[in-house]
Design a protein around this ligand. Structure first.
Ligand code: ADP
Ligand code: MG
Length: 155
């Protein structure tokens, strides 16, 4: 997979997701959404959910850490995490979230995944792929968002 940075205008978001992100959507995969507050992570997740046929009202699970959805036509389960307020990896394990990441029939999408980076190494062999979707601002053009997609290599 070639890594390059794409400019993501809001009116092209759906087309960009369809071309660059839908091919990564598989049961057993993990999509990491990185980027500062306001970078456009939740906006991207909502648009992605619509494209994979999740029709529920999507909102970022700020207080519950995770919302789970299910496409009854395809059987795909999607776990959408927002770990901005997660204080420790222990808390993640205590809630049993590590098991959600290992479900074979589920896709995990994680906003603010940085706290889990060392845990991902332990998932080696149990997942189809981990991809880092990084959203960035350019201060000179605050309305412009840059998206870089990188496959995360597990050692
Ligand atoms: N691709 C984009 N281009 C321009 N503005 C965007 C884009 N994505 C999101 N925004 C705007 O940025 C603001 C924050 O988006 P949001 O998705 O909530 O960010 P995050 O979840 O990263 O904190 C919203 O007002 C949204 O309309
Ligand atoms: Mg958000």
């Amino acid at each position: 997979m070639q890594t390059h940075t794409i400019i993501v205008p809001l009116d092209k978001l759906d087309a960009i997701i369809n071309k660059h992100i839908i091919p990564l959507v598989k049961a057993g995969s993990i999509l990491l959404l990185c980027g500062q507050l306001g970078a456009g992570k939740t906006t991207l997740v909502k648009a992605l959910m619509r494209q994979i046929g999740i029709v529920d009202n999507i909102s970022s699970p700020t207080f519950s850490y995770v919302n789970s959805y299910n496409n009854s036509d395809t059987g795909l389960i999607v776990h959408h995490f927002d770990l901005y307020r997660l204080n420790s990896v222990d808390e993640f394990f205590m809630q049993g979230f590590d098991e959600l990441l290992q479900e074979k029939n589920a896709l995990a999408i994680i906003e603010w995944p940085e706290i889990l980076m060392s845990f991902f190494e332990q998932l080696q062999g149990t997942i189809s792929g981990i991809y880092c979707l990084n959203l960035d601002h350019n201060f000179a053009q605050p309305e412009t968002r840059y998206l870089t997609i990188t496959p995360v290599k597990l050692l």
